[in-house]
Design a protein around this ligand. Structure first.
Ligand code: ZN
Length: 294
């Protein structure tokens, strides 16, 4: 099968994020939400008017989801918290690893039942220090599994039978059997291997054709993989540190990609618009983001 390449991308927010991550399109407010983990900021971007609101949460924030009742649930250094977007107040809902100052929460996403999954990593990236957690709508936290290095991308297939998961330092994408009613996962296995020369697998999303879009940190690209695991497409971006992606826009045909500027020396960072948010129109439709049910 041939591999499609997209080079036509535009920067929609030249925010210069240290570590931009966690893009999420909310259809109700037509905003692209994303985070700068290291600055501890939640961003709400209107990509048409390029207006952008920034909410500081006071600690590193790895991922977010909108809540059914309004506001934003956040995976932060100390656990799961709630951002009130009207007042700007941030409160912790449930602690995770508060006794371990060496770790923080990283990437996360809601499943179709409104449960918010997010995992952790060590600040010094030591292997095995992280875990994957799930915050249920009743605000109880479950540990799904531990022994993770850098917990990252999550996605679920269209019929809700498979969950995809990235632990970055394993250089691949795992598949797990998934029970949508209980949220239980089992039978974790390797689905796709990533050549380290292509970059390190980071955030990901899935499209309406059940293809995975995987951001490659250090690789200046996003890879699209078919359900059989074969490489189907490549989006090339100016910055090398490509962190995550999500479909958005009114018809979910715009792929938004976050990037990082950390580790990129000037003047390269400025020239590449490192830390910006980019948009590509690959001619494929995404699937809507789910709001947290609690
Ligand atoms: Zn990530």
């Amino acid at each position: 099968m041939s591999v499609t390449t997209w080079n036509d991308v535009e920067c929609v927010s030249d925010a210069g994020a240290v570590l931009g991550e966690g893009p999420l399109w909310d259809a109700d407010d037509a905003l692209l939400w994303w985070v700068d983990i290291e600055r501890g900021e939640v961003h709400a971007l209107d990509p048409r008017g390029v207006r952008e609101q920034v909410y500081p949460v006071g600690q590193p924030v790895g991922a977010i989801a909108r809540r059914v009742g309004g506001g934003v649930v956040c995976a932060v250094r100390d656990g799961f918290g709630a951002l009130d977007t009207a007042s700007g107040d941030f409160t912790l809902l449930a602690g995770v690893g508060e006794d371990d100052p060496g770790t923080r929460m990283n990437d996360g996403k809601c499943d179709r039942h409104g449960r918010f999954w997010a995992g952790t990593m060590a600040f010094d990236m030591r292997r095995g220090a992280g875990a994957l957690y799930r915050l249920d709508p009743d605000h109880r936290v479950r540990t799904i599994f531990d022994g993770v290095s850098i917990s990252n991308g999550l996605a679920w297939n269209a019929d809700d039978t498979t969950m995809y998961y990235i632990d970055t330092l394993t250089y691949g994408i795992d598949a797990l059997d998934y029970d949508p009613e209980t949220g239980d996962v089992s039978n974790r296995r390797r689905f796709i291997e990533i050549d380290p020369q292509d970059g390190a697998p980071d955030g990901m999303t899935i499209d309406a054709e059940d293809h995975l879009w995987v951001a490659l940190f250090g690789g200046a690209c996003v890879h699209r993989y078919a359900p059989d695991g074969s490489l189907a497409g490549i989006v090339r971006l100016p910055p090398r540190q490509v962190t995550s992606c999500a479909f958005g826009g009114e018809d979910l045909t715009e792929l938004f990609v976050t990037t990082a500027s950390n580790g990129v020396p000037e003047p390269d960072a400025r020239a590449q618009q490192a830390g910006g948010v980019f948009r590509c129109r690959p001619g494929v439709r995404g699937v809507p983001a789910i709001r947290f049910g609690g």
